[in-house]
Design a protein around this ligand. Structure first.
Ligand SMILES: C[S@@+](CC[C@H](N)C(=O)[O-])C[C@H]1O[C@@H](n2cnc3c(N)ncnc32)[C@H](O)[C@@H]1O
Length: 315
């Protein structure tokens, strides 16, 4: 397979939202190929970047060194703890570009792709439970629930039954064939029927939604007054989590109706009303079709105390 470097998505819009003043400290929670981090450093930020993928860390070290970026191997849900170890307690900006990088998707040996055959791993951090561990050991009902919840697959039960009947599964090609057979793959299908199942298993294996929820809490705790949060997501489940968090923390869902008695005042909003969600324009989509489902949401921290102190990721 090709190994084109990752093209940063919505980079100009992210930089606008971060509004970096030289000398400020910013976190890039998803270093990837370093596209965001290096642009942030060029804008004058002191950047602390994270990635849970050892390949991204190894291959990104030269870029990080060239831009004076501190590159930290680990999950962004634990940023507060990693930063505290380096004496950093507050930040002017945090950005996350959630999801898989082109390097992860395009390398068959990483096991993320249904288009090329590889080992059935799908782990960003290259350790812990793999997709094969999950699919070969979990009960059928749990597999069906994961595929339904994280893949929005209406025929999740049929897919889960086919997976259980085909066990053991060891290769992405095997899994893709099982899913296509279970759902009926027509040559003219615009979208490969395996797409939803692969997305679901990847989200589950990497605990992606839990990571995002923890990172939002960490951002609330770490951003200084006026600090900026900018998050790019690639599917509706993630986008909903960001949207609801920002609505909740900006007082947008405190309700209130002129027909009801006044509610007791809730906690003070920790974020100002978020900016409107941003999608890539035609020019970006022409350059980079992979940007098509990206959504950027951003908001500015108020002076109100954080509503929660950051939890650590699951042990
Ligand atoms: C879409 S890429 C980021 C690309 C980057 N913005 C760039 O311009 O090159 C996402 C990266 O985030 C990493 N990642 C995803 N979830 C993570 C998490 N919870 N903690 C740390 N890194 C994570 C992935 O390993 C991947 O390298």
């Amino acid at each position: 397979m090709t190994d084109v470097p990752h093209i940063p998505v919505l980079i100009d819009e992210v930089l606008d939202a971060l509004a970096i003043t030289p000398g400020e400290i910013h976190v890039d929670g998803t270093f990837g190929a370093g596209g965001y981090s290096s642009a942030m450093a060029r804008a004058g930020a002191r950047v602390f970047a994270f990635d849970r993928d050892p390949d991204a860390i190894r291959e990104g070290q030269a870029v990080a060194d060239a831009h004076g970026i501190t590159l930290i191997p680990g999950e962004f849900s634990r940023m507060a703890e990693y930063l505290a170890e380096r004496g950093i307690e507050t930040l002017s900006g945090i950005t996350l570009d959630i999801g898989v990088s082109s390097m992860q998707l395009d390398r068959a040996e990483r096991g993320f792709s249904f288009q090329s055959d590889g080992p059935l791993t799908m782990t960003m951090s290259q350790d812990g439970m793999s997709a094969a561990d999950f699919l070969n050991n979990a009960p059928e009902e749990e597999i069906a629930n994961v595929i339904y919840r994280y893949g929005d697959e209406p025929k999740s039960r049929r897919v889960a039954r086919a997976i259980v009947e085909a066990r053991p599964l060891e290769r992405t090609g095997q899994l893709a064939a099982v899913v296509r057979k279970a759902l009926g793959h027509k040559p003219h299908d615009k979208k490969d029927p395996a797409t939803r199942t692969f997305q679901a298993i990847r989200i589950h294996v990497n605990r992606e939604l839990e990571e995002l929820e923890l990172a939002l809490e960490a951002a609330e705790a770490l951003l200084e007054e006026g600090g900026r949060l900018a998050i790019v997501t690639f599917h509706s489940l993630e986008d909903r989590i960001v949207k609801q968090f920002l609505r909740n923390r900006s007082g947008g869902d405190s309700g209130g109706s002129r027909h009801l008695p006044e509610r007791a005042a809730g906690p003070q909003p920790t974020f100002a009303k978020p900016a409107k969600a941003v999608k890539p324009g035609e020019a970006e989509l022409a350059r980079n079709p992979r940007a098509r489902s990206a959504t950027l949401r951003s908001a500015i921290r108020t002076s109100a105390p954080a509503q929660k102190s950051p939890r650590s990721a699951r042990a």
